[in-house]
Design a protein around this ligand. Structure first.
Ligand code: 13P
Length: 274
C-alpha cells in the first residue's frame, strides 16, 4: 500500500486508542515476516531497525521500501535507539521514515539540546522523530541502576522544547527478559497521557504480560516495541524443529516470528486498522 511516516501511523493510533507494534528487525527474513504478519492482520506496522542491527542500512531501507510499496498495508521504517547525530543523518539519507534519537541517559538539558538538532533536520526531510525521557533500561546490562521513571512535568517541557513527534516513556518496562514480575505504573501512564500531547511509546514490550500490554494500549500507549519475544519464538522454532534438510531451517524461524507478531497485533488492537 504505502511506505509512510511513523508520525502518520501513530496519530491514527492515538485517535483510535490502539497501538502499532514495532518489531525488532535484523534482515530480510524478519522484515518479510513483519510485513507479511501485518498483511495477514490488516494492520499497520513499524519496522524497527536498531542502528547496530544491520551492516548496510541503505540496502535494508531499499528492501523495506520495495516490500512496503507492494504491501496491502502501511509500513513505516524507524531507526531504533540511534545514539549519535551521525546515525540519524545516515538513516534519513538511507530513506528511513522515522528515527529514534535516544539520549535518555544524558542530563535533561543535554538531552534536549542533542535531540533538538536532529528534529530540525529530520522535520526538514519529512521524517518522524521519537525520543526517550526517563530511562527504560536493559535487563542484561549494568545500567539497570540508571532506570528512571518519566516525570510528567519534565515530559511536557521536553516535548514542547524539542518538537519531537512521539515520546518513549519509562513506566516500569525493561528491555529484554524480566528478572522479576513486571510492574507497570498505570497512574503514571494516565498522568503522562493527560500532560503530553504527542503519542506515547513503550519500549521493552516482551514478557510484560498480555493484560498489562492490552491495558497500556487502551490507556494511552500508541506504539510498542517488541524484540526479545519475536526473536525467541523464531529461535525456539528452529531449535525444536526436526529438520531433515538444513536448507529448510530458516522458514521455521520466519513462521514462528510472524505468528508471535500476529498475536501482538491482535492484542494491541491494530488488527483491521490498516
Ligand atoms: P524487548 O526486547 O524487551 O521487547 O524490547 C524491544 C525494544 O524496546 C526495542 O527498542
Amino acid at each position: 500500500m504505502s511506505f509512510v511516516t511513523m508520525g502518520e501511523l501513530l496519530k491514527k493510533a492515538q485517535e483510535g486508542h490502539y497501538a502499532v507494534v514495532a518489531p525488532s528487525n535484523k534482515d530480510e527474513i524478519t522484515l518479510r515476516a513483519s510485513i507479511d504478519a501485518a498483511e495477514e492482520m490488516h494492520s499497520p506496522v513499524i519496522i524497527n531497525l536498531n542502528y547496530k542491527a544491520h551492516p548496510d542500512i541503505r540496502f535494508f531501507a531499499r528492501m523495506c521500501r520495495d516490500l512496503a510499496l507492494e504491501a496491502s498495508v502501511p509500513v513505516a521504517l524507524n531507526q531504533d535507539h540511534g545514539a549519535e547525530y551521525e546515525h540519524a543523518m545516515r538513516a534519513i539519507q538511507a530513506g528511513f521514515t522515522a528515527v529514534m534519537a535516544d539520549r535518555s541517559t544524558l542530563p535533561f538539558e543535554e538531552n534536549i539540546a542533542k535531540v533538538s538538532e536532529i528534529v530540525k533536520v529530520a522535520h526538514a526531510c519529512g521524517v518522524t522523530v521519537e525520543a526517550e525521557l526517563g530511562h527504560v533500561g536493559y535487563s542484561d546490562k549494568d545500567d539497570m541502576k540508571e532506570r528512571a521513571l518519566t516525570v510528567p512535568s519534565e515530559a511536557k517541557e521536553y516535548v514542547e522544547r524539542t518538537g519531537v513527534d512521539c515520546l518513549a516513556v519509562a513506566i516500569g518496562t525493561v528491555h529484554g527478559v524480566y528478572k522479576g514480575t513486571p510492574h507497570i505504573d498505570f497512574d503514571l501512564l494516565h498522568e503522562l497521557r493527560d500532560t503530553v500531547n504527542v503519542p506515547l511509546v513503550l519500549h521493552g514490550g516482551s514478557g510484560t504480560g498480555e493484560d498489562n500490554l492490552a491495558r497500556a494500549c487502551r490507556e494511552g500507549i500508541c506504539k510498542i516495541n517488541i524484540g526479545t519475544d519475536v526473536m525467541q519464538a523464531g529461535r525456539d522454532a528452529v531449535l525444536h524443529s526436526v529438520v531433515h534438510a538444513p536448507h529448510d531451517t530458516l522458514p521455521f524461524f520466519y513462521e514462528a516470528y510472524k505468528k508471535e507478531l500476529e498475536r501482538y497485533m491482535v492484542l494491541f488492537g491494530s488488527k483491521g486498522k490498516a
